[in-house]
Ligand binder design. Structure first.
Ligand code: CDP
Ligand code: CDP
Length: 206
């Protein structure tokens, strides 16, 4: 593929963005960036006492693979640092450079189709009801041994959704040209099949 073929996948917490993105990347041979990890890494540094803007400006790619960033505490911290405009702007160039990789790229997050890659060839907005998403996230956290309750995970998901949708800089919302994919009643395989179908419609013919 030529440089700059980008798939943008946005949506709320635990909608299945990461699962679909990874599988889509494997299927088409694209590179994948989970942009939530950037905000989570900044959130972790804030929890360690660092000032979030300084943390975002000095973030390294290596950090994204170090330790467990997928905890409930770090998710909450990520959504707090994500409202700060200077944190967001410090992370833009890295994401855009990734999106322009030769061979195609899939990025998932909240503002990929609306801000980071407005010209993405494919935009998907993946959703599911808050109850379904909280149950999915609960099962993931419980499987890792995290000591969380279903009620707490649902409350956390709703709180984070509200903060992400209501912030003034790059709020979470479907791009006007995004394809909506509600996975509430879909298996992973069915959701993936739909995503692949949408992407295939836009792929340059070989
Ligand atoms: O990246 P995001 O937070 O949107 O979600 P994820 O990390 O992909 O987690 C979604 C969880 O729901 C995973 O454990 C999936 O196996 C599960 N799931 C899904 O992603 N899609 C479905 N249609 C059904 C279940
Ligand atoms: O996996 P999950 O959907 O639960 O969260 P995530 O994608 O890892 O994102 C964690 C937090 O980072 C989100 O709640 C947002 O506040 C923020 N985020 C963002 O603002 N913009 C992005 N492109 C990605 C994540």
């Amino acid at each position: 593929l030529e440089q700059g073929y980008t798939v943008a996948i946005d949506g709320p917490a635990a909608a299945g963005k990461g699962t679909i993105s990874k599988a889509v990347a494997a299927h088409f041979g694209f590179a994948h960036l989970d942009t939530g990890l950037l905000y989570r890494a900044v959130g972790r540094r804030m929890l360690q006492g660092e000032e979030p803007v300084t943390a975002a400006q000095s973030l390294t790619a290596e950090e994204l693979g170090q330790g467990d960033l997928r905890t409930a505490e770090i998710a909450k911290a990520a959504s707090k640092v994500a409202v700060i405009p200077e944190v967001r702007s410090a992370l833009v160039d890295f994401q855009r450079a990734f999106a322009r990789r030769v061979g195609g790229a899939v990025l998932d997050g909240r503002d990929i189709g609306t801000v980071i890659c407005r010209n993405a060839e494919v935009k998907l907005f993946v959703t599911a009801s808050a109850e379904v998403r909280a149950e999915r996230r609960y099962l993931e956290l419980a499987a890792k041994g995290d000591d969380v309750s279903r009620e707490q995970v649902l409350a956390d998901v709703k709180e984070r959704d509200a903060r992400d949708a209501e912030r003034s800089t790059a709020p979470m919302k479907p791009a006007v040209d995004a394809v909506l994919l509600d996975t509430s009643d879909l298996s992973v395989d069915a959701a993936l099949a739909r995503a692949i179908e949408v992407i295939e419609m836009t792929l340059p013919k070989a």
